[in-house]
Design a protein around this ligand. Structure first.
Ligand code: SAM
Length: 264
């Protein structure tokens, strides 16, 4: 077996029971296009292939790619060697893609943002650091709620699944792990509002303890807060994604081109 590389977040699963549960949580059915991110030594790959006729895998470590190619020859497994952060999964399938992986924890947040932009994905099942799953699923006002929670919940339904102990990995990571299921919901934020939504969320959470009337003063005046029906003394951490969506969709009367009726 190749030497494990820390820089690629290589903690390989060896617990057969855990591997089986992850493969079944993926819900992939024969005929559906499925992609595994970071197959490593192929432990999860083997379990996925018990359920699937074909599988795509994306792996950055070229030493592992050589071993994977010998163990899982084409056409059942298509190996894409490279960095998943630079890879468009929609090249594999235009729609209905199932994505699964025991992800390298050092890139999990940028990777989730990268995948949120890929409309071909039907579902994602990822083993992640437990703290990241807590943040993905957090409700407003809690300590784990933040920009990541809002941005992901605005694009996906989030369902935390089971916990996985560090002893299930070689070498055991220093953190706890948890499986999460993400189901993208298209158009939750209408496309014309998406850029403004991302900017508002980033600005509000860059000063999460400040009242909205201060943190978002470049965007909204007192009249706007009244028209929106949102109390401007609230803080970013109290707003659900639906409220950020209202802010992103809002146009002040001046922006919307509404003329004040002239007094006779
Ligand atoms: N799936 C295997 C398992 O469960 O035993 C390995 C999981 S290990 C946590 C993460 C895997 O992702 C490693 O094989 C690593 O080389 C690979 N990896 C790390 N960074 C990557 C990247 N940017 N693109 C693709 N694969 C990556």
């Amino acid at each position: 077996m190749a030497v494990l590389k820390k820089r690629f977040g290589q903690h390989f699963l060896h617990d057969e029971g855990v591997l089986q549960r992850i493969a079944s949580a993926c819900l992939a059915a024969p005929g559906e296009q499925t992609v595994e991110i970071g197959p490593g030594g192929g432990a999860l790959t083997a379990h996925l292939l018990q359920r699937l006729e074909r599988l795509h895998v994306i792996e950055i470590d070229r030493d592992l790619v050589a071993d994977l190619g010998r163990r899982f020859p084409p056409p059942r497994v298509t190996i894409h060697e490279g960095d998943v952060l630079r890879f468009s999964l929609c090249e594999i399938g235009a729609s209905g893609l199932r994505v699964v992986g025991n992800l390298p924890y050092n890139i999990s947040t940028p990777l989730i943002f990268h995948l949120l932009d890929q409309p071909c994905i039907q579902s994602m099942v990822f083993l992640l650091q437990k703290e990241v799953v807590d943040r993905l699923a957090a409700a407003p006002c809690g300590p784990d709620y933040g920009r990541l929670s809002v941005m992901v919940q605005a694009r996906c339904d989030v369902a935390p699944l089971f916990a996985v102990s560090a002893q299930a990995f070689t070498p055991p990571p220093k953190v706890e792990s948890r499986l999460v299921y993400l189901r993208p919901i298209p158009h939750r934020i209408p496309a014309p509002d998406a850029v403004r939504f991302a900017k508002l969320v980033a600005t509000a959470f860059s000063q999460r303890r400040k009242m909205l009337r201060h943190s978002l003063k470049a965007y909204f005046a007192a009249d706007d807060w009244r028209a929106l029906g949102i109390d401007p003394t609230r803080r970013a951490e109290t707003l659900a994604f639906e409220e950020f969506a209202m802010l992103a969709a809002y146009r002040s009367p001046a922006e919307a081109g509404v003329q004040e009726p002239s007094t006779p």
